[in-house]
Design a protein around this ligand. Structure first.
Ligand SMILES: Cc1cc2nc3c(=O)[nH]c(=O)nc-3n(C[C@H](O)[C@H](O)[C@H](O)COP(=O)(O)OP(=O)(O)OC[C@H]3O[C@@H](n4cnc5c(N)ncnc54)[C@H](O)[C@@H]3O)c2cc1C
Length: 492
């Protein structure tokens, strides 16, 4: 007769937690349970809402073939059109977008294990497809992909979440819905021995040899957003689950875990200004408005406020949501003409644009300072750059004499009809988290691992600061989830 209810308790049921549960089972833990705070119809955390994109390092596009063996039937010449994404490029991207602040040890784990972990997830049963609609750019009759952001889970986050639950079920792992972990239990030595929960039958205490926290950040906790991120984040719409209210962070901090990473930072994306306050299970990430590099973006005062063409969207979108939210009313308008409107990512079909045959008529329909806006657009057109517009590359077509300048894709708005989409900033997940080591053990304020406690996914602090390279969150979750589950299974 065992002395604990379980070998491993995994808190949360998103990508990180279910990778952890699967790895724990594979690592020899026989009795693994997943605790999901949400009811079954709301299960799966932010993972369900995600685009399912995986950023992974590879030296040779042929390395992707085992995960997408039939892709060339749909996209002839696929492997020839994909550029390698060696670890050094992933490093450059992560360092650049985080302003050099990413934790080098954690980043090495994320980058170094990105490919092998996603191969492992595929072998576990996560099916993949090219991320054409999400990151592909059509050039002539071929589709090119930004480096590293090439494959995603079949049926995006909805499919990813469903596939993980199927895998967990096949592995005989119990999932307990509507069961929220509330407190970590410890013995007198300080070892974590289980969790206190509130489930459908009320309060209970569940014991285990190890606990893995995979229960997300605090993006859905309005007061914590105000406390750590400050105004105007308490007003932000939440792109995903309402269930990530920082419970795992609170429970760990209560027993002396060390905070780590940028607690004032978060991932936030331009989304439809009419999006609901929390993620919509059907719409998932389709409220995104990420084609702004090809737009001129104005605020309510009719002014531009950032360099829309700083970089490809996957390297700026995670900070641009915050930039929009900080503008008056937390709203901006992305304006396109017929030279670029065909380049809008397919997700724009869920929006209702304002359209007109002249800039004057367009501006007349927007809730902006109209005089200032028209002046902004006319000045933009005068000072726009010249050259061969190329959406597949940073084409260097820059404005000259604007503040701020637009440094790529700065071609004039001169081909009617003109189209404008309203966007606001939606919060995705918070960057502040716990400090973990290379075995995903949670570190305490005395710089020692807390015995029996592991963390993964959004709870891991230190990787992302200010901004984020698209497709890294799911890979981080899978990498640290797999490590956490394997480590937890090793606890006797
Ligand atoms: C709209 C959208 C699109 C995105 N697209 C991408 C993408 O294409 N690529 C990418 O890499 N990243 C993407 N992301 C980010 C990525 O989805 C998340 O960072 C990732 O899914 C987080 O995984 P996780 O397992 O840490 O947390 P989650 O998937 O959020 O899971 C957390 C789980 O914990 C549960 N929980 C919370 N508190 C408790 C508690 N007290 N007890 C028990 N359970 C609890 C929740 O119900 C949930 O099941 C996107 C996110 C959103 C919202």
């Amino acid at each position: 007769m065992s002395d604990t209810d379980y070998d491993v308790i995994v808190v949360g049921a998103g990508n990180a937690a279910l990778a952890a549960a699967t790895a724990a089972r594979q690592g020899g833990a026989e009795r693994v349970v997943v605790l999901e705070k949400a009811p079954e119809h709301m299960r799966g955390g932010n993972t369900h809402y995600s685009g399912g994109l995986f950023r992974i390092a590879f030296d040779d596009p042929e390395q992707l073939r085992p995960m997408v063996p039939d892709v060339e039937a749909e996209l002839p010449g696929f492997f020839g059109n994909v550029t390698p994404y060696p670890e050094s490029r992933f490093w450059e991207d992560l360092l650049r977008v985080t302003d050099g602040r990413t934790d080098p040890d954690l980043a090495q784990i994320l980058i170094g294990k990105s490919y092998e972990t996603i191969r492992w997830a595929h072998e576990c049963g996560i099916e993949m497809e090219p991320a054409t609609a999400l990151s592909g750019v059509k050039v002539g009759n071929r589709i090119t992909f930004p480096s590293g952001a090439v494959i995603r889970a079949v049926h995006e986050g909805v499919g990813l979440s469903r596939m993980w639950f199927d895998i967990v079920e096949k592995n005989g792992i119990d999932v307990r819905y509507r069961t929220a972990a509330r407190e970590l239990l410890q013995d007198e030595s300080g070892r974590v021995t289980g969790v206190a929960v509130k489930g459908p039958e009320g309060f209970a205490r569940l014991t285990a040899r190890a606990v893995v926290l995979g229960c997300g950040g605090f993006e859905a906790h309005q007061a914590w957003r105000a406390r750590y991120l400050g105004a105007p984040w308490d007003h932000a719409k939440v792109r995903g689950t309402p269930h990530n209210t920082g419970d795992g962070l609170r429970m760990a901090l209560d027993i002396g875990a060390l905070t780590y990473g940028q607690w004032t930072g978060c991932h936030s994306t331009p989304i439809d200004s009419e999006a609901p306050p929390h993620g919509d299970r059907e719409l998932t990430d389709k409220s995104n408005r990420l084609s702004y590099p090809f737009s001129v973006m104005v605020n309510r005062r009719g002014k531009r406020f950032l360099d829309e063409g700083e970089d490809f969207q996957l390297y700026t979108y995670a900070k641009t949501g915050g930039a929009i939210l900080r503008e008056p009313g937390g709203i901006a308008w992305q304006i396109f003409d017929q030279k670029t409107v065909h380049l809008l990512e397919p997700r724009y079909v869920t929006g209702t644009p304002v359209e007109a045959d002249s800039l004057e008529e367009l501006v007349a329909q927007l809730p902006v300072d109209r005089e200032a806006c028209l002046e902004t657009l006319n000045e933009f057109n005068e000072k726009a750059g010249a050259g061969v517009f190329n959406p597949a590359e940073k084409d260097g077509i820059a404005s000259d004499g604007l503040s701020p300048e637009k440094t790529n894709w700065a071609i004039p708005l001169d081909s009617p009809p003109f189209v404008a989409y309203g966007a606001t900033g939606g919060i995705t997940f918070t960057f502040g988290g716990l400090k973990v080591d290379d075995a995903a053990r949670v570190i305490d304020v005395a710089q020692e691992p807390i015995p029996g406690l592991f963390a993964c996914g959004e709870l891991v602090g230190g990787l992302f600061h200010h901004n984020y390279p698209g497709g890294s969150g799911l890979v981080s979750g899978a990498v640290f989830g797999r490590i956490a589950g394997t480590s937890a299974a090793g606890i006797q």
